[in-house]
Design a protein around this ligand. Sequence first.
Ligand SMILES: [Zn+2]
Length: 270
Amino acid sequence: MTDNVLYVQKGPATLTEMSGTEVAEALKHTDVLLLPVGATENHGAHLPLGTDTMEAREICRRVALRMQVDGHPVVIGPVIPFGTSSFHMGFPGTVTLTSSTLITLLKEVGLSLYKTGFRKFAFIHGHDGSLPSMMVAAQDIVDMTPDAQVMVLNWLTPLSKVYHTIQVSKKGEGHGGEGETSRILVTHPEIVHPERGIPHHLDPTVMAKIQGPEHIKTGGAIFYATRSYKDHTPYGHIGDPSLAKPETGERGYAVIVDWVVSVLKRDYFS
Ligand SMILES: [Zn+2]
């Protein structure tokens, strides 16, 4: 155990790191708030438990920078570090909220910030398992206010369409695999250990049910509820983390950020 710096977090600051005065100043220029919704869950021996929280924050960070350059400032809300991760509970360190708790949490965070003056919200996940609760919370906030707008952005769908062009692997890379490991290598290289991740791929028909084109989270029309990741992988990850490269992570973020920026501009700034 040491007191070394673990990693460096680049700005812009989230609401957690801003003063109330700074938020009041920001509200003179925008009423748009991005809410990163992460998770604390196993991603294999090579990635930290906060991987999804780090990804959600990084997406919002990059989006906020792009929007600022384009003259459309946004504020990044407090980073939510927990999600509904029940199917990862077979692995040590995972923390899960029940869906009703996550719905209440997101609703109360959103309503608090609504009272502060924000009117347009974009919930951005780091963990797709939380999407159903995020959608319920979004609808609740709209139902409970006269003029809030809330959208939930699932970047997995646009990203999954181009996975084959940005990843090296020709096998199914999923949770904690080449793509996700590459994205954490971009931001937190000090705490990623790709060499510790043993390659583990699923039968294509099983993989299709987890994140194939038929699954609703990756652009299809069927929702398959997940029982336990232990049924699929003894390590908790799916794919080959040793293939991960920062450049691959950058290409992934570019796709995600381009899409989120285009949606925000179209729906909140036109
Ligand atoms: Zn993840």
